[in-house]
Every structure is written in C-alpha cells, then in structure tokens.
Design a protein around this ligand. Structure first.
Ligand code: MN
Length: 250
C-alpha cells in the first residue's frame, strides 16, 4: 500500500509554498491537497460551524475549501478521504516563521493541531522569511522530517512544528530539536483616524527581539538551524496544578 499524505496550509491553494511541498512529497507516496481557497494566515484554530462549506476539485486529488485550515483538515479526513485515511498530515510550507507565541495564532500550526486531534501524525512547516523564499531548502528538510515521522510516528498528543531558515541549502547549519520561545513586540497597535473622520485601531506589532530562552525555536532559526519543536496539545501546566490544588484548599 502506498503512503498517503494529506497536505494543507493557511496561505491558500495558490501558494508557491504548497506547490513546493506537493512536488517533493510526491516522491514519497500518494498526495492529497485540501487547502483554503484564499489566504487564511492567523486564522488560528477556527472551525466554521454556522455555515456550509463548499469544496472545489481543482484537479485530481487537489481540492480547495471556502474555509479555514482547520475546516480543510476536517472536511478532508471526515469527508473527502473518509475511505482512504492519510498516514500523515502536513501543513505548509508557510511563507513566514511560526515560532514562539506565533503558534497560538497560526493557521499553519492549527491545521497540524487538527490533524493531531483527529489522531494522525501531523507536521507544520514554515519558512522564516517574508520574501525571496528558498522553498528548495524548505522542501528538502520537509522531506527529511516526513520520512522520519513515517518511520517512527509521533506520540498521540504531539505534533512537530518545523521552522526553516531562509537560506540556500548549503548554508543550513543543521537540525535542532527545540522548545517554544518567546518574542518581544513593540507598537502592538496603531491608533489613527480614517478618511471619514472615525477612529480606528490596527493591530500591528513589530518584533523588537526575543527572550534569551535556551534552545528556543527562535534562537535556532536565527542561528541558521532548522528548528523542530514537539508541541503537545495538552496545555495543562502540571507543575502549577499541584500548587494550585493546595492554594485552593486553604
Ligand atoms: Mn500563512
């Protein structure tokens, strides 16, 4: 039986990052694409519950959905592919890194989260740049990690969040297994007056830097390493849990 891989993203069905991933993963097995029909970056883990979702078959095994990345994984697993479940789900290649706190907003990571929640080994892949993307580097390392996960699988509750520096392949220093870091943002909001004289707020936030957390995803990517972070969907703080128990008793 050939390996079956489901690919989605949050940049939309026309993203070059998606194409790059499809091309390289065709060498591993049968590839299905179910992706949003337009950009859904920062869509987070939103699920459309109050309207129907429409699917368009773009070409063989390639579908677009008028919904979020999470909708796409749901429609794929429970609808389009219900009789041919994927062996692996991968989301990307996102145009832009998803490190530190980004992952709580990220549509790319959320697609992988949905895959994990539905019981499939899932990976999110992002390329750390805003332009001039080295997709050949990102697809090379995506393939490497996909092959690893197909061989070894993942714990039931865990996905891999992969971030790749935007460098030519030869300039990558290696692969690092990392932990989630923390960015520091400035100017979180822009306040201004629109042409009709009404006040508006525009959520911005330019990165001022990042906290110096040892072995963080941010530091690895900045230093030229591919960052692979295992992310658990159980968000419980087990250290604090015991203390809170005691505190609430008193
Ligand atoms: Mn995106």
């Amino acid at each position: 039986m050939p390996v079956r891989i489901l690919i989605s993203n949050d940049d939309g069905i026309n993203s070059a990052g998606l194409d790059a991933l499809v091309e390289v993963l065709k060498t591993v097995g049968e590839v299905f694409v179910v992706a949003p029909d337009r950009e859904q970056s920062a869509a987070s883990h939103a699920l459309s519950l109050y309207r129907p979702l429409r699917v368009e078959e773009i070409s063989e095994n390639i579908y677009s959905v008028d919904g979020t990345p999470t909708d796409c994984i749901n429609v794929a697993v429970n609808g389009l592919l219900k009789d041919k479940k994927p062996d692996l789900i991968i989301s990307g290649i996102n145009k832009g890194e998803n490190v530190g706190d980004d992952i709580t907003y990220s549509g790319t990571v959320s697609a992988a989260m949905e895959g994990t929640l539905l019981g499939f080994p899932s990976i999110a892949v992002s390329l750390a740049s805003k332009n001039d993307f080295h997709f050949e580097t990102a697809s090379h390392y995506s393939l490497l990690i996909v092959k690893h996960v197909l061989r070894k699988s993942l714990p039931k509750d865990t996905l891999l969040n992969v971030n790749i520096p935007n460098l030519p392949k030869g300039k990558i220093k290696g692969v690092k297994v990392t932990r989630q870091g923390k960015r520091v943002y400035g100017e979180p909001i822009v306040e201004n007056i629109d042409p009709r004289g009404r006040k508006y707020y525009w959520i911005g936030g330019n990165e001022l830097g990042f906290l110096d957390i040892e072995n963080s995803d941010i530091i690895a990517v900045h230093n030229g390493y591919v960052s692979v972070t295992p992310i658990k969907l159980d968000l419980t703080d087990y250290n604090f849990l015991d203390r809170l128990k005691l505190e609430l008793k008193t």
